[in-house]
Write a protein that binds this ligand. Structure first.
Ligand SMILES: [Zn+2]
Ligand SMILES: [Zn+2]
Length: 343
């Protein structure tokens, strides 16, 4: 069902299904199990179960709403590609002094505007095989590193992770944290409901006089199936976050072509091919985590803000960056007489 009408129907139906399952399971857990059954026998336990279960249900739905109503980030500055463009200098590029390491945002100076450009050069960017900047013909825009075009959304998505029908859109730079928190909290909610319901259900099944509400079985099945699935997802995305990879980057078997510009003319560059296992944006587990979850630990598990940076430029791994520059210089030395070189 990949027609626009089909996508629109799926985009409405699946969020309704998610809301329906979460709220229905909460109704069974709170009203038919905790309130109608446990409250009479153990009041303190029943109240604690209801408060904790409701908390995880609410934060799950808030995270879900944040994913639904946050745009993942779209590549902007639509620029029709013109053959008369005098320079092919990349629009998006990285050098270590270009980004503030704390905020991962671009410093005020761009390499074209900086008075002292030598401290910023050389700059690197992912390019096509021939060294031309990555360009999307559909959106008519230059694609920053890690941006991919999504056919379902018909847009170029910054740091695209994957297209998710359950949120009726893409998971990308600006909503990835909310997506992760939704999956994580939903998994915790399901586990909590399953673990606290099962003693009551087992007791009711073993005692001939006890009443067994058939909806308790529905609750157990739902919480077990969704819990197992979502814990798997949460673990996978937790792994991606601390390794600074997207789903697309993790499964990709294609090497990256990195373009190294030695000046801003747009003609003085080399192309270096990296191995597909090279994780170009790996900053170490702690900085990788902060780049997605935010710099303030008090906000890591709250769906209040997204990842650091603008989603257009990402800091490269220091040693891979140095290695790429060295290889580019060596490539240049081999192609040109050493005496005529000046970087
Ligand atoms: Zn596009
Ligand atoms: Zn999409």
């Amino acid at each position: 069902m990949s027609t626009p009408i089909g996508n629109a129907v799926v985009g409405v139906v699946l969020p309704v299904v998610v809301f329906g399952i979460v709220i229905y399971s909460w109704y069974i857990y709170i009203f038919r199990l905790c309130y109608a059954h446990l409250l009479d026998t153990n009041k303190a336990e029943a109240v604690a179960f209801m408060v904790i279960g409701t908390f995880f249900m609410v934060i799950t739905l808030i995270s879900y709403l944040r994913v639904l109503f946050s745009y993942p980030g779209k590549a902007i500055h639509a620029t029709p590609l013109s053959l008369s463009t005098p320079s092919t200098f990349p629009r998006f590029y990285y050098s270590p002094r270009l980004l503030d390491p704390k905020t991962m945002c671009r410093q005020k100076h761009d390499v074209e505007e900086a008075t002292e450009t030598t401290s910023l050069l050389p700059v690197v960017s992912i390019s096509k095989n021939d060294g031309l900047p990555r360009y999307c013909d559909t959106c008519q825009c230059f694609k920053p590193d890690r941006t991919h075009h999504c056919k379902e959304c018909n847009a170029c998505i910054l740091k695209m992770d994957h297209h998710c029908p359950w949120i009726s859109g893409c998971v990308g730079h600006k909503n990835y944290k909310f997506f992760f928190l939704f999956v994580l909290y939903c998994a915790i909610y399901a586990l909590w409901v399953f673990c606290t319901s099962i003693p009551t259900v087992v007791e009711a099944m073993n005692e001939p006089d006890a009443t067994l509400d058939p909806q308790w079985i529905v609750l157990l099945v739902l919480s077990f199936v969704f819990g197992m699935t979502l814990w798997g997802f949460a673990a996978v995305h937790g792994y991606y976050i601390i390794n600074n990879q997207t789903t697309i980057e993790h499964i990709s078997q294609r090497p990256n072509e990195v373009r190294i510009d030695f000046d801003i003319s747009g003609h003085n560059f080399e192309i270096v091919t990296t191995h597909h296992d090279d994780n170009l944006w790996d900053l170490g587990h702690s900085r990788n985590w902060r780049s997605v979850m935010g710099s303030n630990p008090f906000g890591w598990f709250l769906p209040i803000y997204g990842g650091l940076g603008d989603g257009c430029v990402f800091p490269y791994n220091d040693s891979l960056y140095e290695n790429i520059i060295e290889r580019a210089k060596r490539q240049r030395m081999m192609l040109n007489p050493p005496t005529s070189q000046a970087f």
